[in-house]
Write a protein that binds this ligand. Structure first.
Ligand code: SAM
Length: 281
């Protein structure tokens, strides 16, 4: 479902409302409505879904999400200069767009949303990873969202989908892949944004698994993985020495050679190790 809206082009919106981009707010705007529609489509079928958007800015992606049929878009924006432009969009899509002014790190969106919920955002780079980690570590699983469609710096996107044996593989890949399916669905050069950032970007689409891929206690798994990658060049028997007096035996019981480095260990083996560590306590 798609409708060309009757709103002005985004360059005009920016000019009309004096939205000079601020670096401190991570403002790199997408002004091509074909591109924002394409990003919105990566979120899948939005009909019958509420969508949380963080950092709508002048509203290019917001317009895409509404045109793609989102039941409701809840947009949280820190920069109050953007609010008049967003109010124009809300007027063009009656009862479908709610805008909250504030910091997405401090606002609980759940009071304003009804499941099923998708999250779709061209995130401010300075808060993107923190929000992703929060969305992946709720108190209970499954989380409030069924999918996340998020723009990141290309390097962060690669860390999210990384596989064992690659330099990008680490805590973020394991945290994501334990509980979600993640893939890069779109790559964007710096010139796609106004102003262009220094680096390339990519959109990652994540779907929440109904339960974690392998059994493990979340806190123990996080601790094991953090220690393993804090000294990623060391063999695991050394990097994890502080975890248990007989860490070599626990590594072996999890099927991990104690001389291996964190970078080579797949998620399933980390989960087996987390179970062995929990059982040995
Ligand atoms: N979605 C717009 C687009 O695609 O053109 C703008 C994307 S821009 C990369 C990031 C947006 O997030 C900016 O509008 C910025 O003001 C907003 N922002 C920055 N920090 C924020 C925060 N902590 N909470 C909510 N919005 C924030």
């Amino acid at each position: 479902m798609s409708r060309i809206d009757s709103l002005p082009p985004l360059r005009q919106v920016i000019a009309d409302h004096g939205l000079v981009a601020r670096k401190s707010l991570g403002q790199n705007f997408l002004l091509d409505l074909n591109l924002t529609a394409k990003i919105a489509r990566q979120a899948g079928d939005l009909t019958g879904m509420d969508v949380l958007e963080v950092g709508p800015g002048p509203g290019g992606l917001t317009r895409g999400l509404l045109a793609e049929g989102a039941r409701k878009v809840l947009a949280i924006e820190k920069d109050r200069r953007c609010l008049p432009a967003l109010a124009e969009i809300a007027a063009a899509w009656p009862d479908r767009l709610q805008v909250i002014e504030g910091d997405a790190l401090e606002i609980d969106p759940l009071a304003h949303l009804t499941p099923p919920i998708a999250v779709c955002a061209n995130l401010p780079y300075n808060v993107g990873t923190e929000l992703l980690v929060r969305w992946l570590t709720p108190d209970a699983w499954p989380p409030f969202w069924s999918s996340l469609t998020l723009m990141f710096q290309r390097e962060v996107a690669e860390r999210i989908v990384a596989q064992p044996g690659s330099k990008a593989y680490g805590r973020l890949a394991l945290l994501v892949q334990w509980r979600a399916e993640a893939r890069i669905v779109l790559s964007l050069p710096p010139e796609a944004f106004t102003p262009p950032p220094k680096v390339s970007s990519a959109v990652v689409h994540l779907t929440a698994l109904p339960r974690p891929r392998f059994e493990a206690d979340a806190a123990v798994l996080e601790r094991v993985v953090a220690m393993a990658f804090n000294q990623r060049r060391k063999m695991l028997r050394a990097a994890l020495r502080g975890l248990h007096p007989d860490i070599e035996a626990l590594l072996e019981s999890a099927g991990i050679p104690p001389t291996q480095r964190a970078e080579q260990v797949p998620l399933e083996a980390f989960c087996a190790l987390a179970r062995a560590v929990a059982a040995a306590r």
